[in-house]
Design a protein around this ligand. Sequence first.
Ligand SMILES: *Cc1c(COP(=O)(O)O)cnc(C)c1O
Length: 419
Amino acid sequence: MLNYQNLSQADPEIMAVVRREMARQSEELEMIASENYVSPAVLEAMATVLTNKYSEGYPGHRYYGGNQIIDEAESLAATRAKKLFGAEHVNVQPLSGSPANAAVYFAFLKPGDKVLGLKLDHGGHLSHGHPVNFSGLLYNFVQYEVNPATGRIDMDRVRQIARREKPKMIVAGFSAYAREIEWEKFREIAAEVGAFTFADIAHTAGLIAAGEMSNPVPIFDVVSTTTHKTLRGPRGAIIMCREEFAKRIDRAVFPGMQGGPHDHINAAKAVAFGEALRPEFKDYARQVIKNARVLAEELISRDYRVISGGTDNHLLVVDMSNRNLSGQEAEIALDKAGISVSRSTIPNDPKPPLNPSGVRLGTPAITTRGIKEPQIKFIADCLDAAVQNHQNESRLSEIREKIKELCALFPIPGWPAQK
Ligand SMILES: *Cc1c(COP(=O)(O)O)cnc(C)c1O
């Protein structure tokens, strides 16, 4: 791993921040569903001189000279992503998930066009038409919801809304939804009303790449994903599509949305895709899901209300309303207990998004540390104890010590011991 020798000398202030953050990541249990720990190889790829290059355009067609070698890195990333997801075409340049989605809309829609997306408090993402986001401002989003009784997307309702609204595009994907998505049904509905299909697999891409969840890439017109969540790569995104849409996607990313690609990050994406192609990654993805299932069962047995009654993926949304604290209070108490989680809305949340009723828990990062079922039971005990004692500072710091001991037993792969 990098030793940061130059950074320590040149900028001790920033170095101190980095060291403190390393210690925090190392000593706390990271249960934010969208986070993970990249490998030292991915980290090293990001810290390369590839950051010095300008390479607007695409391999073989650049607007700057000297890109023969950069072309190889970008092509490697694209080839590996194609193999990983069975995609016909991949654009690896999007800087992050939201800009990738902006490029997809830009490629297929005109401002004001109608789009169907999952409502934010039902698990959707800001970039799926929330009124404060560019997507909600530029396009005419109509939202579908989960069935309040089952916590699952109600495909009959989606069909009804699609028939009534005749959208130009249907978006399927989520940030806080724990169940498989019925890609094939979405495709059928879209075909009935003549809509494009767009899957945003930002959260589950790693599980899909590993073959542990169903893959929309062969079914949908276009698929975007971040590379830094379950896929365990650098912060960024990619867009995959059928060959027939390749040109319009590429044009929408550059020159439509972005200038020069981040070549160091694209090289790190290639490294992460290479890692995800190896058999160990399948074991990892399988364990992520196992851990999430066991966590859901353990919490349900302690009288927690898990939305949809469990999970098929790496995350669960837990309603705290029956525990006399809000999602934000739970987030703060768990933070004090050394467990990072994110507050989350629950479907039809009576509380506002800044202080919603639930928390979202995820297992990708702790699974990267090697945590398995036996530790999950212990973690469920700690979560429960922190929630029950959320106003008891000394109890919370006792739990924090236990979590720190657990973390010491499961160091982040490739990291030097933290003092
Ligand atoms: C995380 C996420 C994004 C946005 O990714 P950023 O890299 O944070 O912009 C987009 N869509 C979904 C469904 C996500 O979960």
